[in-house]
Design a protein. Structure first.
Length: 240
């Protein structure tokens, strides 16, 4: 998924990078220019990937049915969260992609993904460039990840870690997770634990915590049930 791409040519170049590695599903989130002749010119044989591209107005719309979202970033962030090398991320994505909807997010050419957008990701992937010149063209970054995905695919489905027992439950979708976060913020505000006037980074830290856990749909329902019970208890106390 390309988020907020400003140069149409980069969209075409990314489409070409994808097709050379056997990838077909391109999702564009609020592109500044698309469709555009420059995108078609830079696609060079991958025009079918462009014609099939899905355009979404928002990131939440684009990832609503995804169960694993991996963000790309070249910058260190104030709050750390799980970060993988490109080959590690590719294996994780290929393994999950057999029975889940997965997505890799690429941000804007100049600023990358915002913190709010990275809050939607369970994992972060970083391409280890030279620290003295870490700027990597969007299409080049897409080619690196596409190549690693191709390599992981050709190696076959990686075996899950021995200690990881399958839960037998479907993972929660991004839409499920975002509804849970909204519910959590509401209840934390209602109980006074979160001060909207001085929120600091509480919600972002909690999001990173839950993103690491990779919640199932059933676990999200349980957590929201707990939140509902807390809210009902608060209302009962106020009324009594």
């Amino acid at each position: 998924m390309l988020v907020g791409t400003s140069h149409a040519g980069n969209i075409g170049a990314c489409a070409r990078a994808m097709k050379t590695m056997g990838l077909r599903r391109l999702v564009l989130v609020a592109p500044q220019q698309f469709p555009d002749p420059e995108a078609t010119a830079r696609a060079v044989g991958a025009e079918d990937v462009l014609s099939d591209a899905v355009v979404c107005a928002s990131l939440d719309e684009a990832i609503a049915d995804c169960q694993l979202v991996v963000g790309t970033s070249a910058r260190d962030r104030r709050i750390p969260w799980p970060q993988l090398a490109p080959d590690e991320a590719a294996e994780r994505l290929i393994r999950a992609g057999h029975d889940q909807r997965v997505a890799v997010l690429f941000g804007r050419e100049r600023t990358g993904l915002s913190n709010d957008e990275l809050d939607r990701c369970q994992l972060l992937v970083n391409i280890p460039t030279d620290p003295d010149f870490s700027s990597l063209n969007l299409a080049a970054a897409a080619q690196v990840l596409a190549y690693e995905l191709r390599r992981a695919f050709l190696r076959g489905r990686p075996s899950p870690p021995a200690e990881a027992e399958p839960l037998g439950e479907p993972p929660a979708t991004a839409a499920d997770i975002q509804r849970f976060y909204a519910h959590l913020e509401s209840v934390l505000t209602e109980t006074g634990f979160l001060d909207p006037a001085n929120p600091r980074l509480l919600m972002r830290r909690l999001m990173r915590l839950f993103n690491r856990v990779e919640l199932t749909a059933n676990e999200v329902n349980i957590l929201r049930g707990v939140l509902t019970a807390v809210s009902q208890y608060q209302n009962h106390r106020r009324e009594s």
